[in-house]
Design a protein around this ligand. Structure first.
Ligand code: ZN
Length: 283
């Protein structure tokens, strides 16, 4: 089993046991990166069995009563907001960060889920395209837009067509088997001024590392340092990178921000912020 850091190739010296999936997690002190140890093929197989068997049943771990109540209330409100076609506050906030770097209208979302983000980008008059590995969700998205804008592909294995002004990945990048190879591969898919937007959990925050290890299957648990180093290694220029979190955390505060379609992200410290954001472009 390979036990080397994907960024610096250093032999990984600290092994944690992955409670939920029983996988070995290594830590590179030099890059401050946690990653699953093993060959790409081994990790790919784990993902396949996870999505085929466990994902829909176990991706949301159960907590105590109050936690569950809060989670259910938030889920209910989110579901209600989506029905009313209210844009996700997360996407509004992300858009606020990348809009000043964006030089065109063509966007590719990798990992589009139910397509709520695409609906927001459409309201901003962007030309939307998407990749979503789940075939059912792909059909759902194409039906909603009355157009084949979404392809059911595995972005790591399949060929990606077209050139884009923005390739957007929100909470997707940490699931890739080999993000370094992916960053190399998609370089041909950027327009001359094209940029990439990434948001991943900030695993320098202990609470986020814990949920990244015990929630869904993640190959990588990034820190700001490791995310920057990975993009530098792949020969990308970093236009913006930082630790962010919601300014308003209460439900009422978030509703207020959502009504006015205003940014809810602000810069936080490495230990406290929950989100890592990177905007870059190939060199
Ligand atoms: Zn390293």
């Amino acid at each position: 089993m390979v036990k080397k850091c994907i960024i610096c190739n250093k032999k990984l010296n600290k092994i944690l046991k992955y409670d939920k999936f029983n996988l070995d997690i290594g830590h590179c002190d030099k890059c401050n990166l946690y990653q699953i140890l093993g060959e790409d093929k081994f990790i790919k197989n784990k993902y396949e069995s996870y999505y085929n068997n466990e994902f829909w049943h176990s991706s949301r771990s159960k907590g105590n009563f109050l936690f569950e109540l809060k989670r259910k209330s938030i889920n209910f409100l989110v579901h209600f907001a989506r029905k009313l076609n209210i844009s996700p506050l997360m996407t509004i906030s992300q858009h606020n960060l990348f809009k000043k770097f964006l030089k065109g209208k063509k966007i590719l979302e990798v990992g589009a889920g139910h397509g709520h983000t695409l609906r927001f980008f459409k309201t901003k008059k962007m030309i939307i395209r998407a990749i979503e590995p789940d075939y059912k969700k792909t059909k759902e998205i194409n039906k909603y837009f009355h157009k084949n804008i979404c392809s059911s592909l595995d972005v790591e294995l399949d060929e990606v067509e077209g050139k884009y002004d923005l390739i957007y990945l929100s909470h997707v990048f940490e699931h890739f088997v080999n993000p370094l190879k992916l960053l190399e591969k998609i370089k041909k898919n950027f327009t001359k001024e094209g940029i990439i937007f990434i948001e991943v959990p900030n695993c320098e925050n202990k609470e986020m590392l814990e949920s990244s290890l015990k929630g869904q299957l993640h190959t990588f648990h990034f820190s700001l340092e490791s995310l920057n180093k990975l993009f530098e290694k792949a020969n990308y220029k970093i236009l913006l990178s930082g630790v962010y979190d919601d300014t308003y955390k209460s439900i009422l505060g978030r509703i207020f921000k959502n009504i006015f379609m205003s940014n809810n992200y602000s810069i936080h410290s490495k230990k406290n912020g929950k989100k890592l954001i990177l905007i870059g472009k190939p060199i």
